[in-house]
Design a binder for this molecule. Sequence first.
Ligand SMILES: C[S@@+](CC[C@H](N)C(=O)[O-])C[C@H]1O[C@@H](n2cnc3c(N)ncnc32)[C@H](O)[C@@H]1O
Length: 239
Amino acid sequence: MARVKTTTPARAAARDLWHHYGRSRTRADRTVPDSFSWVWAQDGGPGTEVLGDLSGLVMADLGAGAARHAAHLATHHAPARVDAVDGSPAQHAMSRDLYSDLAPRLRTLHADVVEHLDAHPGAYDVLYSVFGAFDFTDPRRLLPAAARALRPGGLFAASTLGHYIGGAPAEPDVRHADIPARDADGLPASMRRWVLQEHVWTKLLEEADFTAISIARFPPTTSGARAADTLLIQAYRPR
Ligand SMILES: C[S@@+](CC[C@H](N)C(=O)[O-])C[C@H]1O[C@@H](n2cnc3c(N)ncnc32)[C@H](O)[C@@H]1O
């Protein structure tokens, strides 16, 4: 009988589709960024004023990657703590390698964000995501978990794509796209990304019991094949 080469579910789950992301920058740039940008091109636009005065607050970056945004907050502001949470072993390792010296104000945590938030009800003053887990996790799971993990009156803020790279419009319903990715060995794979219209995000946030929801759109400042609008979302857990 012919033998068929298969990938077991356990092996598929173990594939780190974020292995390569930011790897060359990590080798070349070990600094703490001196600014914080929400926009897709990371070239300016709104900054930390979106989050308000962070003094003494407990925060988490959801899908922090190498934790450059979290390192900026821990260094240039005075939060009680920033938890940089990421589910990718490679990204978590990069964040530890780059910024473990910023502990205890910066904590790098290797976890799926929904599991982490579920385990910490009412623990955070601010939760934010910069093209992070918010983009790559089913919002019907992530948003209710985020609402529960915030203290009453706490802030949720996220930047995400306003349309697909290449220009196709965002989805008018809660529907993900399967986007191409590569595993650590360079083998092709796909991952889920949620690129949704403003009214869809608003409805999801309302269903998760958020209030005072606002969504601003920031077009790119330069053109190019990968240029994209950014949606910047802010919402609060009711008091
Ligand atoms: C495009 S990267 C952005 C990283 C970082 N925010 C930045 O701006 O460089 C997306 C990150 O989200 C993380 N991520 C996606 N879904 C996640 C989840 N459910 N739990 C934890 N991390 C997640 C990925 O591992 C990846 O590091």
